[in-house]
Design a protein around this ligand. Sequence first.
Ligand SMILES: [Zn+2]
Length: 434
Amino acid sequence: MATTSLERLASAGVEVSAVTSDMLAWKGSAQEALEQLSVAQSVQELLHRAHALWCGHDCDQSPACTFLYYLRTPPAAARPSTVRPRYNKQTAHLYAVMGEGGYVGRVPQTHQVKVWPLLDAVVERWDAAARRHGGLPEHYADWTKKRDAHAADTVSRACRDTIQWTACWCGERYGVDPLGLRYVAFATILDDICIPPLDLVGGRFRMYGWSVRDLMRAMDTADWGRDGVHALLSLIRQSILQYAEKMDFHPGAEHLGLHTELNGSTNMWDGVIFRGHTGNAYGTAITVARNSRVGPLSFTWLMDSAICDCLSMDLCKSAIGVYSADNHQPTSHKDRSADKKASYRSIYLDLIDDLVFSGAPEPLVQFGSSGFLFVPIQDRYQERRLGRRFPISPPMARELKRLFGETPTDAWLDEVFHCDRDHFPAIPPPGHCR
Ligand SMILES: [Zn+2]
């Protein structure tokens, strides 16, 4: 990305002071943090470097570690600054497709699953495999199940989804922060393509010409300050968890059981927090808060809003049957007992009320409940349900060009991208990528 173009885009952003709390061990810039990360030789080393920037070197990886866990203290009551969402503890029992029984009471917000050793074991195994083979067939596999023939189809649709999400979160201000949009686009593509985390921090992977390094440089230039560092570390955490989740998906001897442990836990909090981090809802909440010019915000408000965003999405995907196509189905009928689904629903209902009745700003409450809006109306979920892509409409094509650029991919990405059906003919259902 040329410097002049980058500075022009950076200066077009929103003027806002930091929305995140001053809680990270790392006090330097986002670019300097990325320098610390990009020397990592393995995904496991990257994980521990990112963790050290977040918590410091003396974190004991107990549930008090805020990098992978979330021991929550409910916020103090205060005058609400917005109305309560209409789907709430008192109305939830009216909607059978949302799960019968409505609100079932407060669910324990504590951790049982020790995610740290599990995650360490998964990334260690796949680091070793990648070293042995000089890469793995899953790398750059299409994960969208929409049978994209070219990487450009996947990348342009991820940016379309980003614009649509941002409009659901921020309304007509969807285009005011080009850096926030690029950030959410990176968070989206990590879900859609199996991207090796070292390629992300090393700058090999690019979208519309931009690497994560370009983005961090632009965020520092645009005075994102510590918000840029929070966003970076949240993105790296997401990339590692997404990678671990995708690599550990296949059942059998290769499977270390990250998801089995999380799904098997009787305590829903473990799965909810992991889910939030794989979706990078925390980093996304930062972009929403900056776009909306609210802050500074407590870590609890940002996390609660982020968790609600994921849960409202999951509950609505489950209600309209999108989950039938997903590999991981945290709230589906198939993999979850009614009790567990009720727990997910009730965690959402508790947290969204806590946001409202502790006085959280309206954009955070809206972000938390936005699954009720974006799941029914965005192309992404209808495409998922039908297993095929829709054409990009002319107005959206114009927005993509205005907000992201002309060319979604480079020749290198075009070459390495593949539908992994070619590599794993026995695993996906006939005629489908995963
Ligand atoms: Zn920690």
